[in-house]
Design a protein around this ligand. Structure first.
Ligand SMILES: [Zn+2]
Ligand SMILES: [Zn+2]
Length: 412
């Protein structure tokens, strides 16, 4: 029986900065190594030396610390070509953002260059051999290219990364994988989502309503995944819509690897229908239009701030948030207090504010169902700040559930 000793370097009892260290007999593996992009940023514990790293997907809380790792250890980073491409975009961007905000950077652009040479490709259904230990890749349904890893051997262990189990317009949902041990995210422990079709309908209705009363709709969205799902939704609208910010580059990357999206053809149609902001002149035109999708999704910087600053006193206009707004983000301040921070000044927002749940994570019941389908003996929950609720339901089903804190060792 293979003996696995594990430890969360971060992201155990919290959403963000994930790092899962697993020592499988003698082979030392690291799954994800990310940072929480708050102000100031939060980093995981320093990783001990490892033999290989596996990246589940390219959100900063999973990939943001890879350059730190590859600058110290001479190791390969296994991931899908899609996650590599998007990850490098994000790492370069995080250096730019970090410089403008004045926080000390854990790595520089040369470290990103080193990291870019360390990536090794894996495809869904393919395996990677880590010192005789077979690791197989499965689609995680979270964003295009997101992967779950199945460690083989006398007992099998599935590391989910972030997962969603429903088919969205952008990606198909994850399917359970039979395993002995399941290391699963639990972001939405205790919470369920509204039916996606209903959320889509409500958003489109609201955009229409805003237009009819003569206002503009600003739709803040994460550049990676959310933006493209929204373009797929807006593409059948009669009116023009604009896209500004990093979502453009990500859309391009998605189009270059259509095998990772649900329908490359439909995404191309959506992107072709989208008016892209490529210059200051374009931004001025977008500001005069009536629908703008832009970054950042939680209003912490990005072009969205300028658009918002222009419209904040127009009660006919609306800000339509499309994701969860974490504690401490500008978006959360807007929801709670009706204000945002614009370059250090607190600014009152008088236009309509609404929120729509386009989450890329499985909800509570979906996580339960997924775990049942995997039928493991042991389940380790991570990537959640409210894990106990889900743990309770899983234990009632007869599973053994572990809830290690960051830095606490566990055995499988
Ligand atoms: Zn993610
Ligand atoms: Zn995550």
């Amino acid at each position: 029986m293979m003996r696995i000793q594990g430890e969360f370097l971060g992201g155990g009892h919290e959403v963000g900065r994930l790092g899962i260290y697993l020592k499988c007999d003698r082979t030392r593996l690291l799954f994800d190594y990310g940072m929480t992009a708050t102000a100031p940023p939060l980093y995981p514990r320093e990783s001990p030396p490892v033999d290989r790293m596996f990246l589940t997907h390219s959100h900063l809380d999973h990939c943001g610390m890879i350059p730190w790792l590859t600058a110290r250890y001479d190791i390969d980073v296994v991931t899908t070509p899609m996650s590599r491409e998007i990850g490098l975009l994000l790492m370069e961007d995080s250096i730019k953002v970090g410089q403008s905000e004045g926080y000390p950077e854990p790595y520089n652009i040369d470290d990103v260059k080193i990291a870019s040479k360390r990536f090794r490709e894996i495809k869904f259904g393919g395996t990677s051999d880590a010192d005789g230990l077979q690791v197989k890749a499965h689609s995680a349904g979270h964003i295009p290219g997101a992967t779950m890893y199945e460690l083989g051997g006398s007992s099998t262990t599935l590391v989910t990364g972030d997962i969603h189990t429903i088919d969205t317009r952008l990606v198909n949902g994850a399917k359970p994988v039979r395993c002995d041990n399941l290391i699963m995210e639990s972001t939405y422990s205790g919470r369920n989502h509204e039916d996606r079709a209903k959320t889509e309908y409500r958003l489109l209705k609201k955009v229409e309503e805003v237009h009819e009363r003569g206002g503009k709709a600003i739709i803040p969205a994460f550049a990676v995944g959310r933006t493209q799902e929204l373009l797929l939704l807006l593409k059948d609208m009669k009116r023009d819509f604009w896209l500004d910010g990093m979502g453009r580059k990500v859309s391009k990357a998605y189009l270059s690897m259509p095998e990772y999206v649900r329908s490359g053809k439909r995404l191309r149609q959506a992107v072709n229908r989208t008016k892209m902001v490529k210059s200051r002149h374009g931004r001025a035109r977008a500001a005069r239009s009536d629908t703008i999708v832009t970054t950042s999704g939680m209003l912490d910087g990005g072009p969205v701030i300028d658009y918002l600053d222009n419209l904040k006193d127009d009660p006919r206009s609306a800000i339509l948030l499309t994701g969860y707004q974490v504690e401490g983000s500008n978006g959360r301040r807007l929801l709670n207090d009706g204000v945002i921070d614009v370059q250090g000044a607190t600014v009152k927002v008088n236009c309509e504010v609404a929120q729509f749940d386009f989450s890329a994570h499985a909800g509570h019941d979906q996580l339960l169902e997924f775990a049942r389908g995997c039928a493991p003996e042991k389940i380790v929950l991570c990537h959640g700040d409210n894990r106990e609720v889900l743990a309770e339901d899983l234990r009632r089903d007869g599973f053994e559930v572990l809830l290690p804190l960051n830095g606490e060792k566990f055995e499988l």
